[in-house]
Design a protein around this ligand. Structure first.
Ligand code: FES
Length: 250
């Protein structure tokens, strides 16, 4: 791309949930070097899909306000997630429709992982396949996403800084796999909807999870405690008293 080309930008889009914040920022700097001199005037920036900003709409708003005419979004380091990639094209198209934006927005094929990510992203950008999202029906979500799924309980598992320091992430993965081995927890009235949360405040009691609507807070989680909570509380409806750090109803 020569310097007389319209002002353009590349947005590297990743999930903070997979702790890629730092890597994505480093990747943007490295990509800037790799793309010299062909895209010398091209802005390279980052946006996050969850947990932290800036969000993609915020970044696109800023680029449009800065007079950028052509932006390519590349999804990076996101483990294969068909629901995200299918949704993203429609959501970008919706952004253009909502803003009445003149800026062309393209969606490049995703780059999930590579030894040299910057080279892999540069290769993807060289492909003719980056589709203009104007060709996609604007949509922020499927109609089914307006329905609240049938469930009996919700679990919020803290992955805030202090709990993460106490191994919350592998414990959360343990909870998910322990639940997967019980079909009753995956569908129907006993289904448990599970979400990671940021800090729930009593950090010294972590790692921590809450079970609702029971109003039970479990602390000091270990694999063994999680196995008991799954077996006795989520399946057996009896809370595990020795792990309870707070309960709405005594
Ligand atoms: S980080 Fe988990 S309660 Fe604060």
């Amino acid at each position: 791309m020569s310097n007389s080309s319209p002002p353009s930008a590349i947005v590297l889009y990743g999930r903070a949930a997979f702790d890629q914040t730092q890597n994505l920022t480093q990747l943007a700097a490295r990509l800037h070097e790799v793309l010299q001199p062909d895209r010398a005037g091209c802005r390279i920036t980052t946006a996050f899909a969850d947990l932290t900003g800036p969000s993609l709409p915020d970044v696109l708003d800023a680029l449009a306000a800065a007079g950028i005419e052509d932006t390519t979004v590349v999804t990076c380091m996101v483990p294969a997630d068909p629901s995200l990639s299918t949704w993203l094209a429609g959501a970008l198209s919706q952004w253009r429709a909502d803003r009445g934006a003149a800026m062309t927005v393209r969606l490049a094929p995703p780059v999930e992982q590579a030894i040299d990510m910057a080279a892999a992203v540069a290769a993807v950008l060289a492909l003719p396949a980056a589709g203009d999202v104007a060709q996609v029906v604007p949509s922020l979500g499927k109609p089914g996403w307006s329905k609240i799924p049938e469930h009996g309980r919700q679990v919020f598992f803290c992955v805030g800084a202090r709990c993460l320091h106490r191994a919350a992430e592998p414990l959360y993965q343990h909870l998910r796999s322990a639940m997967k081995s019980h079909r009753a927890l995956a569908a129907g009235p006993r289904r448990v909807m599970c979400a990671r949360s940021s800090c729930l405040y009593p950090c010294n009691l972590g790692p921590l999870m809450t079970v609702h609507p029971d109003g039970v807070w479990y602390g000091g989680l270990t694999r063994e405690r999680i196995d008991r909570i799954v077996a006795e509380h989520l399946l057996g409806d009896v809370r595990v008293e020795e792990c309870v750090v707070h309960a709405a109803v005594k």
